[in-house]
Design a protein around this ligand. Structure first.
Ligand SMILES: Cc1ncc(COP(=O)(O)O)c(C=O)c1O
Length: 345
């Protein structure tokens, strides 16, 4: 092993993103992308973007974009951090809010990037096992520097109760980052916790990758108390958001009606798939996201995963004692879901 590589990096088991196969004809239901294209305003922003401007550096503070986000959430621009995907914000949070001898908490199972970020940062991981049926478990006497809390959760698709999340944020003696990547597909959201005048420790994070159909763009944002936002501003790359991302993000966030219409279509397809799989004997968790977490009747999720893959239908499988009986299935367009149902039927 090379002596030039930091020990924690040498020992690191890297995060494994879902496959991005390049062949044609694949039904891709494995990375929670949106099956519908982004807003026509995005197409227009790209078509009219003056390439000549790329000579210059982008606005390091992304002011126009952050002003738009602040207007959307009725807060001050100083309460908004915009990042190169929400993954960048997660990485910055592990640097801004965790001392070298600190720790990072998260539920197990939740977003599988969290433990990897703790390893990269070289700090202690403090996972909290969810209750049976993947229900909320209040971490008692829990302490950590930062808690990464996905709600609705991934890969389980379940939205936690408002009372439980609020009580946790109030009691927790560290920064709580509520990762609301899927919240546009849910009935409720907890942005008000980040915006409450009394809040000092809670951030809410959103992404344009799912509901806005812009996973390829890389734009996410966090909202919360100014001291937490300015701590992340201090340590970010100067030009973390390129000019195209700023322009296209602004266009997408100016057409919420288009996004909401796509969300309604996806929710309708989700309920149809949930009913069909349940009728076929699958155990399907109640979803408030753009995916289902579902256990085939015999619990042999890996066999179904392989059978689907042989038919060029990609879904996601997470090995492990709690997740290994389930598949995570992204809600695609209706014909894609019909093909999936035919293949598992
Ligand atoms: C819970 C959760 N948080 C964050 C992300 C990352 O989103 P982004 O594309 O904004 O980096 C994902 C992506 O799958 C996710 O599932």
């Amino acid at each position: 092993m090379s002596t030039y590589i930091a020990k924690n990096v040498a020992a690191l088991k890297a995060y494994m993103p879902g496959e991005q196969p390049q062949d044609r004809g694949i039904i891709k239901l494995n990375t929670n992308e949106n099956p519908y294209p982004p807003s026509p305003q995005v197409t227009a922003a790209l078509a009219t973007f003056p390439a000549e401007r790329l000579r210059l550096y982008p606005d390091p503070r992304a002011q126009a974009l952050r002003r738009r986000i602040a207007a959307l959430h009725k807060c001050r621009v100083e309460q908004v951090f915009a990042g190169n995907g929400s993954d960048e914000i997660l990485a910055l949070a592990t640097r801004a809010f965790v001392e070298n001898n600190g720790s990072i908490g998260y539920f197990e199972p939740s977003y599988s990037l969290y433990p990897v970020l703790a390893e990269i940062r070289g700090v202690t991981r403090r996972p909290v096992e969810l209750a049976p049926d993947f229900a909320w478990r209040m971490p008692e006497d829990f302490c950590a520097s930062l808690f990464l809390l996905t709600t609705p959760n991934a890969p389980t698709s379940i939205q936690y109760d408002r009372a439980a999340v609020t009580a946790f944020c109030d009691a927790f003696d560290g920064v709580v980052l509520l990762d609301e990547a899927y919240v546009d597909f849910a009935r409720d959201n907890y942005m008000d916790l980040a915006l409450a005048a009394t809040n000092t420790n809670t951030l809410v994070m959103r992404t344009l990758s799912k509901s806005f159909s812009l996973a390829g763009l890389r734009l996410g944002y966090a909202i919360g108390p100014e001291p937490l936002i300015s701590a992340m501003e201090k340590i970010k790359d100067s030009y973390n958001l390129d000019m195209l991302t700023q322009a296209v993000g602004l266009a997408a966030l100016s057409d919420l009606e288009y996004m909401r219409a796509n969300v309604r279509r996806i929710q309708a397809t989700r309920e149809r798939l949930l009913a069909a799989l349940s009728a076929a004997g699958w155990r399907v968790l109640p979803s408030e996201t753009n995916f289902l977490f579902a256990r085939p009747p015999d619990g042999n999720a890996w066999a179904v995963f392989e059978r689907l893959r042989a038919q060029k239908i990609f879904v996601r499988y997470f090995a492990g004692p709690r997740t290994g009986d389930y598949l995570r299935i992204t809600i695609g367009a209706d014909p894609e879901i019909d093909a999936l149902l035919a293949a598992v039927g």
